[in-house]
Design a protein around this ligand. Sequence first.
Ligand code: HEC
Length: 475
Amino acid sequence: MTDFTLFLGRFHPTFLHLPIGFLLIAFGMEIFSRFHKYAHLRYSVSFVLFFGTVSAIIAALMGYFLAKEGGYNEDLLLIHKWLGIGTAVMSAFLLFLRWRMNNRPELIFSKSYISLWLMLILTLTFAGHYGGSLTHGENYLTEHLPSPLKQMAGISQTVKKDRKKPENINEAVVFEDVILPILEKKCQQCHNDEKTKGGLKMLNAETLMKGGEHGEVFKAGNAKESELFIVVNLPRQDDHAMPPDGKEPLTEDEIKLMGWWIDQGADFKKKVMEHTVSEEIAKVLGVSGAPASAMKASVPDILPTLQAKPAENAVIESLRKQNIDINPIANESSFLQVKINQDLTDQQLDALQKIAEQITWLDLKRTNISDNQLVKLKNFKNLTELRLELTAITDDGLKHLETLTNLQYLNLYGTKVSNKGLKSLGQFPHLRSVYLWQTSVTQEGIKELQTERPRLKIELGLDKIALDSLTTKKL
Ligand code: HEC
């Protein structure tokens, strides 16, 4: 393939309108010449048909060059190619006949000659139709046909059923709800069944896993070495940049999401919840996971007003031996932050009673703490931050926290807390923020709590608007 033939090939889609125009006009003239008023037209048909034939041959040749570039659906291409060649051959044949006929009406009006014309027009129409499908996709023409008409025409309604968007970003399947919509918007126009540029289809999990003509397009767990991620990061003017220069590029957020998805293993089924969500990604997804300290709440910080005497070093040491993570919250502070790992025991909770006064941050996330065990926190008067996310805590457990009047930050993400439990949250006078992402709390519940405690920051970690904006397709 020389550059010049490639150059010519690109003109096929424009040039092909010439043979279509000439051939239709020639056919029209042939028909109209039957009427007395237009009888003179018959003398010009060969002239127009000549240009139709020549341009049809040129268009077919250009089409041949264009096809060499590749990236088209093979089956459709084969049909289109032969219909195109057929059009050129048939018009040449008709032209030949027409010359031989010498404008004699009895021959021109013969049924067999007119049938040949009809065949040519039919071939031309189908060639055009398949050509359109090659460039625009198979149901391009009928895509916006009203559905009753579609039914009448027997066109299968393959319009993809949109999956119901998850109510909660956390429930969103990363590939299907976050990544695929990006591909649909920015990549699929060239990487689909009909047009398969680079041998790559990006329609679903299977086609993506199959990769392109150079093999795999992603390496699960390693975005930096994944073709898919590399090409969207190339400078816009790079020949391999995707989408190619001139098309709407991915936004920074979309690139971040794609990198994140691949780095997290490029899984096609897992939900957001089953991925590690960094703060950066959380921001893009609209998931709030920022630590309380980073948050500007309108409820004032109570910690500076609290006081406790320092705990004895020996006590702290003995607790550390029981697998409890203890540290002062700041240099010179007598307040402590405490963290317990997965397998929390009653003994550990009992041991903590010795520093009940000093504990101000308590991290029990992902532990097996039960509702009943929460009773053991009742003396932690200076507790301001309590993390219970991803535990089996329910509304019943929350009742045991009533005595923690200094609580400012409560993380209940991924627990079984419901609207009922929210009622007890209203009791904490200094509460600044509460995390309710992935609980059974409903919008109504939130609304009620918010009315009661307007300055409370309720973090749902669910920004439906953010998800919608990520996944709404431009139609
Ligand atoms: C306007 C058409 C067009 C769009 C839109 C487009 N591509 Fe491509 N793509 C191509 C062409 C043409 C090739 C083959 C030539 C090349 O590699 O530069 C290709 C090749 C590729 C390849 C290499 C496949 C292989 O194995 O060689 C990858 C990966 C790719 N595209 C990814 C993407 C991604 C990701 C998007 C969306 C962000 C996208 N493309 C959007 C036209 C397009």
